[in-house]
Write a protein that binds this ligand. Structure first.
Ligand SMILES: Cc1cc2nc3c(=O)[nH]c(=O)nc-3n(C[C@H](O)[C@H](O)[C@H](O)COP(=O)(O)OP(=O)(O)OC[C@H]3O[C@@H](n4cnc5c(N)ncnc54)[C@H](O)[C@@H]3O)c2cc1C
Length: 376
């Protein structure tokens, strides 16, 4: 591809910042347009597995992530009632060697703050909500809610589950409510009153689960996500206030070790879980989707962010390698769709690490060197 090709990335989320970082390093002029006025520290944790960490290493932020988040020493699956261990995986020097990178838990706000460093600050234009997109004279004209317009040769839609770029490409199609909502809470570990917990535990119930984990290497901040069935989400809001009482009521039958953790929560909010039916059309003329914009997954494998990060590395490699965007997008789709389809399926099943699990295919994958798949 001609290195003068102007690339506009819509959305400064995990995928958008990753792809922008790689494309800039490859010599393309890239600008990222973000609707938010600034990055904010939303109250949630995120897990990044080795497959994603290897990408972030190439962008120079692995050390900062490790210093800020925590490399948990284990992930334990336990039965909701007896507390019996169903599966345990330990993370240490040997597992890092095997997977090629660490497993990391981190506050989302911290992840974002660090990921933003992979591009110069002037790359990201805040307060730019994409509201329109059309073709004019061989280039795209992007129209923003603040009244400004810009031209770009390639548009990358990294604008999340309610992607405007997706709407332009594929038509309006609201995301699907999955029939589940997630309570989320963060609290200082001292509220556990000395009660010891493993670094990361998933409590598995018949129709719900709860995952408490530390988010910092000092183990001074705990994140809890508790997913329960729900008939509907009757709100336009991305989240609603909840309470410790509601959270504890929803997990009242669970083992006392989990009760001790839930008692320590203070601020609790509840978030709907949406996804979309699998759709394998991710691109059009000089326009392409990535991350949640084309394949939102249920958060039960802790893999949606990792998929957006992997997309960023692969999409950049395809654009570097090919002579034109149409060819690049075919390589990108051929490489990404089979892997993402497996992750979507496992996330819907909610089966990852419930019992004995073969993890190598997921964690050992390195998007920066894996062989790209030739399109048919
Ligand atoms: C409860 C929950 C827990 C999760 N836990 C994990 C986990 O542990 N590990 C993991 O890997 N994944 C997890 N995920 C999934 C992960 O959060 C997403 O898959 C990931 O954030 C997708 O990244 P993205 O870059 O595609 O989109 P996003 O991170 O959603 O970023 C999209 C960006 O685009 C911007 N934007 C949107 N519309 C416009 C517009 N019109 N114009 C300009 N900008 C726009 C948004 O403001 C945002 O900054 C979880 C998800 C949920 C709901």
């Amino acid at each position: 591809m001609d290195r003068n090709t102007r690339i506009a990335v819509i959305g400064a989320g995990l995928g958008g910042l990753t792809v922008a970082g790689f494309l800039q390093r490859a010599g393309f002029p890239v600008t990222v347009y973000e609707q938010a006025p600034a990055f904010s520290r939303i109250g949630a944790g995120i897990i990044l597995s080795a497959n994603a960490m290897k990408v972030l290493r190439r962008l120079g932020v692995e050390r900062a992530l490790i210093e800020t988040g925590i490399k948990p020493d284990c992930y334990i699956s336990r039965a909701w009632d007896t507390g019996e261990s169903m599966y345990e995986i330990y993370f240490d020097a040997a597992s890092e060697e095997r997977y090629g990178g660490p497993y990391l838990n981190i506050h989302r706000g911290d992840l974002h703050e660090i990921l933003a460093r992979v591009v110069p600050p002037s790359t990201v234009r805040f307060n730019h909500q994409l509201v329109g997109l059309d073709r004019a004279g061989g280039a795209y004209r992007l129209v923003f809610g603040n009244g400004s317009t810009v031209a770009a040769d390639i548009v990358i839609g990294a604008d999340g589950i309610r992607s405007k770029v997706r709407e332009v490409l594929l038509g309006e199609q609201p995301p699907r409510f999955t029939g589940a909502v997630a309570h989320r809470a963060i609290f200082p570990s001292e509220r556990l009153g000395g009660f010891k917990i493993p670094d990361c535990t998933k409590w598995w119930g018949p129709d719900r689960h709860c995952l408490p984990y530390f988010m910092t290497s000092k183990r001074n901040e705990v994140y809890v996500i508790g997913v329960i069935p729900a008939a509907e989400w009757a709100s336009e809001a991305a989240s609603m206030p909840s309470s410790r009482e509601a959270l504890m009521a929803d997990f009242a039958d669970f083992h006392q070790d989990l009760q001790r953790v839930l008692e320590a929560t203070e601020d609790v909010s509840v978030w709907p879980i949406f996804d979309r039916e699998r759709d394998d059309r991710w691109s059009g003329d000089d326009i392409v989707l990535m991350g949640d914009a084309c394949h939102p997954v249920r958060p039960y494998m802790a893999a949606g962010g990792a998929m957006a990060i992997e997309d960023g590395a692969i999409l950049s490699r395809c654009l570097e390698k090919c002579d034109n965007s149409a060819e690049a997008f075919k390589w990108y789709e051929a490489t990404r769709i089979p892997r993402v389809a497996d992750v979507q399926r496992i996330s819907i099943e909610n089966s990852w690490m419930r019992g004995p699990t073969e993890t190598d295919w997921f964690y050992c994958y390195d998007p920066c060197v894996v062989e790209l798949i030739r399109p048919n």
